[in-house]
Design a protein around this ligand. Sequence first.
Ligand SMILES: [Zn+2]
Length: 61
Amino acid sequence: MDQPTVDEKHWPRTCPVCGTELEHATLDFDPRNEDRAELNPGEMAQVDYCPNPDCPTNLED
Ligand SMILES: [Zn+2]
């Protein structure tokens, strides 16, 4: 049986491009939401991003 090439059980902790440790941010789609740590499914999402300004993933502009 085939093994998946990407193990989704292991969330990447570092940037696959430059190796910098990823930072986390919460995107709030509803500006009326109070500024709180609680995550509202459907309105907010948590994302990982590379904080390295020299990383190719940040040079698409
Ligand atoms: Zn990077």
